[in-house]
Ligand binder design. Structure first.
Ligand code: ARG
Length: 445
């Protein structure tokens, strides 16, 4: 065997050495330590299948499987380092196996290519991570629900960041729960779509050996069985792109919530105070308490979009089947997963520990004519067509602005100048708390 086989899975057809820069440039190791485990899991299923199909004896299979398990144990214990001299995780595992158990280890790669192997590893990992992220989403939803239930305060709802109509702090927070539940559904669906096993697709054209792809698909938990087309099975990165898209939407939701936490904790709003643990101070301005946790969630969202774009761009011009460009799926996914995971945790803690300021919320409700729509509703209930009612209330608002008064502060006589259908019962009708008790608005309580 040529010398290169000490650090490479190839070398037989080369006369010269690889440049050190090329080796570093080509290595995926700094981003794929998390693939050691799924890689060994895939190999264990593969050798079980090879034995079943008569391509390995039972004894050979046992030696290889024990070797793989010992590599995993040593790797977990920190006794084996996955360094950049190895081109990728597959090289790292196979070469250590051969070093450990000798020539029988060289049979591991029978009827397999790194092209099908890397997609098996990634699918196992990505699928599992959709579950982990879903669990973090659940935790954030629980925090949102708890904080929502504890804070039923009336507050202004906004459109165009202008005060619009009364809502409650509770209901506003629960809007984010709905977004997160959809994010979870999207992840579950992505896991379902990707659930076909690429193992056995080989480099791109299957293998001359009569292997059993259904066996490995089942052993590795792919409910959709083996991939239908060998070329597609090794060329597909949709499954990474789909999860990155889902992550991007999820981060967009977290970023909007982060933006609201930042606004609400400003002196201009004063609706909440974030816990000291998730804020920082200034090196020069002693009074500052800055919402860095939320700002970092908002700021890092763009990184996840970038990860998605990087992989979309890497894929768009590639001829079938495998091209090395595709190795970057690991960089994109690892970076996005890190941002998503830490952002969900940070958001959960910020939500669970924030202090709401109901007084400031209520004060904001009483300025900005948040009951104007309900004055129009009152007129409609007395037979005025809505468009006319809208115009009448617009006039009332203009009058109030000039007089520096709120609508409810006007006298009945002043109000009747705008419409004779207005009676004393308008005042309880347009009371801010009473508004929330009317019609389907009760759902917001
Ligand atoms: N490390 C590679 C990847 O993840 C594995 C496939 C390598 N195949 C090859 N023909 N060089 O994309």
């Amino acid at each position: 065997m040529p010398d290169t086989y000490t650090t490479k899975l190839w070398g037989g057809r080369f006369r010269g050495d690889e440049d050190a820069l090329m080796q570093r440039f080509n290595s995926e190791c700094w981003r794929t330590d998390w693939l050691v485990e799924p890689d060994i899991e895939g190999s264990l299923a593969h050798v079980a299948m090879l034995e079943r199909c008569g391509l390995l004896t039972a004894a050979e299979r046992e030696v290889i499987a024990d070797g793989l398990r010992s590599i995993l144990a040593d790797y977990r214990a920190g006794k084996l380092a996955y360094t950049e001299e190895y081109e990728d995780v597959h090289t790292f595992v196979e070469l250590h196996l051969i070093r450990r158990i000798g020539d029988v280890g060289k049979k591991l790669h029978t009827a397999r290519s790194r092209n099908d192997q890397c997609n098996v590893d990634m699918k196992l990992y990505v699928k599992r991570q959709t579950g982990e992220v879903a669990a973090l989403i659940d935790a954030l939803c629980a925090a949102l629900e708890k904080t929502a239930q504890e804070n039923p305060w009336i507050m202004p709802g906004y459109t165009h960041l202008q005060r619009a109509q009364v809502v409650t702090f509770r209901y506003h927070l629960l809007a984010y729960r709905e977004m997160l539940l959809r994010d979870k559904k999207r992840l579950r669906n992505a896991a379902d779509v990707m659930d076909e096993c690429p193992l056995g697709c080989g480099a791109l054209a299957g293998t001359t050996h009569a292997i059993d792809r259904a066996f490995t698909a089942e052993a590795l938990g792919f409910s959709g069985g083996p991939c239908a087309n060998f070329i597609d099975g090794v060329s597909d990165r949709d499954f990474v792109l789909e999860v990155l898209s889902d992550f991007s939407i999820l981060m967009m939701h977290l970023s909007r919530l982060a933006e609201e936490l930042i606004l609400w904790s400003s002196a201009e709003f004063g609706f909440i105070e974030l816990d000291d643990r998730y804020t920082t101070g200034s090196s020069i301005m002693p009074q500052k308490k800055n919402p860095d946790g939320a700002e970092l969630v908002r700021g890092r969202t763009g990184r996840v979009y970038g990860d998605l774009m990087a992989l979309l761009c890497a894929m768009k011009g590639l001829p079938l089947a495998y091209n090395k460009d595709m190795q970057q799926d690991k960089d994109s996914f690892a970076d996005a997963l890190d941002v998503v995971t830490t952002s969900l945790l940070m958001m959960e803690r910020m939500i669970a520990t924030l202090q709401a300021k109901p007084g400031a919320m209520r004060a904001a409700v009483t300025r900005g004519f948040l009951n104007a729509t309900e004055v129009a509703d009152y007129l409609v209930a007395r037979g005025v067509p809505f468009r006319d009612a809208h115009g009448i209330v617009g006039q009332i608002v203009l009058y109030c602005e000039d007089a520096g008064k709120s609508i409810e502060a006007l006298s009945l006589e002043e109000l009747r100048r705008f419409s004779p259908v207005i009676e004393e019962d308008i005042f309880p009708y347009i009371d801010y708390d009473a508004i929330l008790q009317k019609g389907i608005k009760k759902e917001m309580l």
